[in-house]
Design a protein around this ligand. Structure first.
Ligand SMILES: [Zn+2]
Length: 746
């Protein structure tokens, strides 16, 4: 027997030849199975389901969210799956009272609602939906001076300090972009702010980016972005049940002890509302990089206008409905391939998440049809329609926590999607699954060009890397594409339901979707993310819904039917080698930067370089730090390279069924070897030592997070500690690979 994947083509020629002799496709012929699967995927279903499921507000606790869960369950059951609804009870605040007023010479009250849009019938059906709201913001009634802090990221506070200003006791107004939403009010709170207003500047996703809805796709004057401000880089999931499933009777901590709830009130507003607040600000003119596309002069404020902000929420628990559907494996029923997408939206949620949910349903329908035709997967397949993702990955996290031991013993891989759009395949994956993604993408046809979705993604990366402003990260990906031709899959940060699987439980994961051509960004988390908008601007005709179902369905099929778990380790060894070089360089770069800043401070250069008539101050002195000893990591990386090469070579050879079973048992724990039960500093829920969402980036991934964030924060003892822990984790992987390779070679 051969491992499915790189070798499938060879194996298939033989099987196909046999099938051709018999005059039919064999039920064990992977190519024929995939062709039948492709034929079972339809765009019309997805259009019909999306129209129905996005016809009413469907946030957690709404009647339509429950109706959609029941509809999904009925569909899965009709397609032959063993399906059920798993219910959890989670803390899910909803607004009771919200008010935002500008106090000053030109008083103004924010609208905090999104009026219907001409030509979009759905946008008129908002009854029962959430108004402008940031879930897990604090309750409060504050009146304070208003101050503008640009994107509200650490660099913005450093710039503010140099202007001689701070946010203590003030309400900050901050624009969306440049970092995850939830970091903005958290950083503002840590800097002493008492309230936070988040707004969408038209430069970023409104008329400064393209024509506004309904003429074009972009954010209209009254469009606003809801969202969660839970402290997800510390832990997602129900704040009252950290680490355990929020089932009935689970131990719950009191609300006052919940660590991931914001302490200050916060509200999102449209640029139509924001214009009044920003126009009321006095103080210095905002630095050039801080100015958006509103027709005003942007001032920083701190004097002039004050704001009055009131937020009061209902902090009761709400029910969560996860739909779980199982198709039992014929050969290895205790090995699971898990596939999920969330179902809850902020309002109608047509693009986010229902465009991904309907593609997932399409896969389940096509797999059900294959099973009715006599095919059974070798491993068990589990499909999940998650609830409560938007407020903080609630449905997936609670399910993963409730089933943690079983998942760690059985789950081979978790495959995630979310919103989907017309355009290019974009995937992030655990290193061990990157080859699986690369190979599946090579066999899916792009609906617009007829090339493979892999070829199109590779072309896009390499063409964009030629641009003069291309990022170093994009250039690195383009180099991988040019050198090896493999799809340079990204690193898993956070922002969707894969997080509990990979970062908490250590289960290898993939996240994928299409995008870049479809235009859904301007209605992201707004009441205008409707069927009408999606059908015009997201994925007209649902051709990319079909492409997504064919790509993720292929990943499921191949992971479920591969003779050996579909894992490969050369990519892990190569990636970690590069990451160790990066953090080593980071130490040097930081030391050089510190030396330069401190030298200029000694020479009073900042004062000499400043305009004495404007407020400005010098930056803080920087700590150059000691040298760090990377010997342990260097040795672990060398060993991993050798072990990975040996395992990958052995797995490419012929494999006896008895060996496959033993090797799969060893591989089951291999991604878990990359986790540390003590977790990352200050956030023990995150256990993966190779990738995590950055504490100061939010969704964006940090590789070698324990080591890298300690260096960035100049915590040298912690950096040395995580160098040791990460080296030990890599050694554990090498030991497992050596053991598995020895079995395969026997
Ligand atoms: Zn989503």
């Amino acid at each position: 027997m051969k491992k499915l994947g790189m070798l499938m083509a060879g194996a298939c020629v033989f099987v196909l030849a046999q099938a051709a002799l018999a005059g039919e496709a064999s039920p064990s012929d992977p190519k024929a199975i995939e062709a039948a699967f492709d034929a079972g995927v339809s765009s019309q279903d997805q259009l019909d389901w999306l129209k129905q499921m996005a016809s009413a507000p469907n946030q957690v606790g709404s009647p339509h969210d429950k109706a959609n869960a029941e509809f999904t369950l009925a569909q899965f059951t009709a397609w032959g799956w063993d399906a059920r609804i798993e219910t959890f009870s989670v803390l899910y605040p909803t607004p009771l009272e919200e008010r935002l007023e500008l106090v000053g010479p030109a008083p103004f009250t924010a609208n905090l609602t999104e009026p219907p849009i001409a030509g979009d019938a759905t946008s008129a059906r908002q009854a029962g939906g959430l108004p402008a709201y940031l879930a897990f913001g604090g309750d409060g009634d504050v009146t304070a001076p208003l101050i503008y802090v640009n994107y509200g990221m650490p660099a913005d506070y450093a710039a503010l300090q140099r202007l001689g200003l701070d946010v203590k006791g003030k309400i900050v107004i901050v624009r969306y972009g440049a970092g995850w939403r939830g970091l903005k009010p958290k950083l503002a709170f840590e800097q002493g702010a008492v309230g936070c207003i988040l707004y969408s500047d038209p430069a970023d996703d409104g008329y400064g980016a393209g024509d506004a809805y309904p003429k074009g796709a972009f954010r209209p004057e009254r469009g606003l972005q809801r969202g969660s401000v839970m402290d997800m880089p510390v832990a997602p999931g129900d704040p009252l049940t950290p680490g355990v499933g929020a089932v009935e009777g689970a131990p719950r901590i009191p609300l006052s002890q919940a660590k991931t709830i914001l302490r200050i009130p916060a509200v999102p507003i449209s640029h139509g509302d924001a214009r009044h607040f920003l126009a009321g600000l006095a103080g210095p003119v905002a630095p050039k990089a801080w100015r958006g596309a509103l027709p005003i002069t942007y001032h920083v404020g701190g004097k002039g206008a004050s704001a009055h902000l009131v937020v009061r929420s209902d902090w009761s628990q709400k029910p969560l409905y996860d739909v779980i559907a199982v198709m039992k494996g014929a050969r290895a029923p205790d090995q699971w391939v898990v596939r999920g997408n969330h179902r809850d939206g902020w309002v109608f949620g047509a693009e986010d998440p229902l465009s991904g949910q309907t593609a997932l349903m399409e896969e389940a329908k096509a797999l059900g049809a294959l099973a009715k035709g006599g095919w059974r997967p070798a491993r068990t397949i589990v499909y999940a329609s998650w609830d409560g993702e938007e407020a903080g990955l609630l449905g997936s996290t609670e399910w993963a926590e409730a089933h943690a031991p079983e998942l760690q013993a059985k789950a081979v891989a978790y495959i995630n999607t979310d919103g989907n759009n017309r355009g290019f395949l974009d995937a992030q994956a655990s290193y061990s699954l990157r080859r699986l993604v690369d190979e599946a993408a090579a066999d899916v046809t792009d609906p617009e060009t007829g090339a493979s979705v892999r070829a199109r993604a590779l072309a896009q990366i390499q063409v964009e890397a030629l641009a003069p402003d291309a990022s170093p990260e994009l250039k690195a990906r383009a180099k991988i594409a040019a050198d090896g031709g493999a799809l340079p899959t990204g690193d898993l940060g956070s922002g969707s339901d894969y997080s509990p699987f990979v970062q908490h439980l250590g289960i290898a994961a993939i996240n994928l979707g299409f995008g870049d051509e479809g235009q859904s960004g301007g209605v992201y988390h707004s009441a205008y993310d409707t069927f009408e908008h999606y059908d015009r601007f997201g994925d007209p005709g649902f051709a990319y819904g079909v492409a997504l179902a064919r790509t993720s369905g292929r990943l499921v099929l191949r992971a479920a039917d591969a003779d050996l778990s579909p894992l490969q380790f050369g990519n892990l060894a190569a990636a970690v080698t590069a990451q160790v070089e990066e953090v080593r360089k980071l130490v040097t770069t930081q030391r050089e930067h510190a030396a330069a800043v401190n030298r200029l401070l000694d020479r009073k250069a900042f004062a000499l370089a400043a305009d004495p008539t404007l407020p400005s101050g010098p930056p803080d002195r920087e700590d150059a730090g000691p040298t760090l000893d990377f010997t342990l990591l260097d040795a672990a990386v060398l060993r991993l390279k050798k072990s990975a090469r040996a395992y990958d070579a052995a797995a490419a050879g012929p494999i006896r069924p008895a060996s496959a079973e033993r090797v799969d048992a060893i591989l089951q724990g291999v991604e878990q070897s990359l986790t540390d039960p003590r977790g990352l500093p200050g956030r023990p829920w995150y256990r993966h030592l190779i990738s995590a969402p950055g504490l100061l980036t939010g969704y964006g991934a940090k590789t070698l997070p324990g080591v890298r964030e300690a260096i960035e924060g100049r915590r040298w003892a912690e950096a040395a500690d995580y160098i040791g822990r990460t080296a030990a984790a890599l050694d554990a992987v090498s030991a497992k690979l050596d053991e598995a390779a020895a079995i395969l070679k026997r």
